[in-house]
Write a protein that binds this ligand. Structure first.
Ligand code: UGA
Length: 429
């Protein structure tokens, strides 16, 4: 099939590359012509494991191409996936300007049937607005369908998530759209759930909110564990073995971040308010997440007395491992709070150094975990990179001024670290 992807951000690029991988002819659009120039050379502007190789292969085999002209993609492709950004406005609501602009552009350019599929995370009822916008702007009475096909890709494992999903959700209003999308996803062998458009839109926000709620729930339990001397890892295991609950997304830590959970929860809260639904539950999820980061800084202060003038090595800045994404990273809150207290920071991340330097501007950026530890009064782990599991702690201990370790991601065995001579503080254990 001929597919146009409008918006070549993380979701758009992964979707485009994976559809090309499944044998389709894909053209990806972005208004940023510098980004398109890089992509034409096979250089994605983001780090996502496997993406660069996939793009290069399909560019070479001419299944994948890039353009900054949306009209080119609309002319060439029968199916158009809208993957543009829906950033938060000041009041938390999603800004849908890009979705509206793209809908209008599609309407003005299309000369025969097009299936317009929304993949961007949008509030419920956006599909209806897209339909109205296209209807009002199409040149002749060109036929079209609108559909919703939410993505459930995690940064860092997005290609695997695309090719081996738990489910594919398609929200449609016509048999023709249903058949096209079912045919498109059939090779994935995942269950395909067909719903109306509004239900599909709600599934996306509800899924992210539920996962975020699991994280805040376990972080609340972690505080109880700390208060009584229990171990949150054992508690998570104990409740997670119940198949109705499940163990995943019950990892206590310094909270969730990234461009999805915080923004989607904020937007979902606004939707609930608009619909007159009580969303106290969702507000609590955000509130626990916020105080979780503050509690971590307090934990550091409690063990180190005055923070001013102390040196702390920071391991991990990206909002999660296997990405260079720093947007809404919990590390930013922790690092900023420590800098505000007059702490000297030695910062290290395997991928996100460039981004971190650009955002933070302060602190000493170093090239390895060992450099971060050199002369430090304490070390704080903020992202659970595999590289940090393999650290030589004997070497780290020798490099540090004082061997204190704050583990914000419960990465290590407390007994082992204590045996190695560390004062070890984790979350909820
Ligand atoms: C999330 C969802 O998992 C995807 O299904 C969804 O498609 C995506 O948002 C999106 O809406 O585009 P992502 O933000 O890439 O994906 O990352 P996650 O792996 O879900 O992690 C989010 C945050 O939660 C990270 O900061 C992570 O450290 C934190 N987290 C996750 C925990 O603190 N504990 C856990 O047990 C799991």
């Amino acid at each position: 099939m001929k597919i146009g992807i409008i918006g070549s951000g993380h979701v758009g690029l992964v979707t485009g590359a994976c559809f090309a991988h499944l044998g389709h002819e894909v053209i990806c659009v972005d208004q940023d012509s510098r980004k398109i120039a890089l992509l034409k050379k096979g250089k994605p502007p983001i780090y996502e494991p496997g993406l660069r190789e996939m793009i290069q292969t399909h560019l070479r085999e001419r299944r994948l191409s890039f353009t900054s002209e949306i009209a080119t993609a609309v002319r060439r492709s029968e199916i158009l996936f809208v993957c543009v950004g829906t950033p938060p406005k000041d009041n938390g609501e999603a800004d849908l300007t890009a979705v509206e602009n793209v809908s209008r552009e599609i309407a003005r350019t299309m000369t025969s049937y097009r299936l317009v599929v929304d993949k961007s995370t949008v509030p419920v009822e956006t599909g209806e607005w897209v339909r109205r916008t296209i209807e009002a702007n199409r040149r002749r009475r060109v036929d079209f369908d609108v559909a919703s096909n939410p993505e459930f890709l995690r940064e860092g494992s997005a290609i695997r998530d695309f090719l081996y999903p738990d489910r594919v959700v398609i929200g449609v209003a016509s048999k023709r759209a249903e058949k096209t999308l079912k045919d498109l996803y059939r090779p994935l062998t995942a269950p395909i759930l067909v719903t109306d458009i509004k239900s599909a839109e709600l599934i996306k926000h509800a899924s992210n909110s539920f996962l975020a709620a699991k994280i805040s729930f376990i972080n609340m339990i972690a505080r109880m564990c700390e208060a009584v001397g229990a171990d949150v890892e054992r508690v998570a295991e104990g409740i997670g073995l119940d198949k109705r609950i499940g163990r995943s997304f019950l990892n206590a830590g310094i909270g969730f971040g990234g461009f999805c959970f915080p923004k989607d929860l904020g937007a979902f809260i606004r939707i609930g308010e608009r619909l007159g639904v009580d969303v106290t539950l969702l507000r609590s999820v955000l509130e626990i997440n916020d105080t979780q980061k503050k509690a971590f800084v307090e934990k550091i202060r409690k063990q180190m007395w005055n923070l001013k003038g102390k040196t702390i090595g920071i391991l991990g800045l990206a909002f999660k491992p296997d990405t260079d994404d720093m947007r809404f990273a919990p590390s930013l809150d922790v690092v900023r709070a420590l800098l505000a207290e007059g702490v000297s920071l030695r910062l290290y991340d395997p991928q996100a150094m460039g981004e971190a330097r650009r955002i933070l501007k302060k602190g000493t950026f170093v090239r390895s975990p060992y450099e971060a530890a050199r002369g430090a009064d304490a070390l704080a782990v903020l992202t659970e990179w595999q590289e940090f599991i393999e650290i030589d702690f004997k070497r780290i201990r020798k490099l540090m001024h004082r061997p204190i370790l704050f583990d914000g991601r419960n990465m290590y065995d407390p007994e082992r670290l204590k045996k190695l001579g560390f004062q070890y503080y984790a979350i909820g254990r």
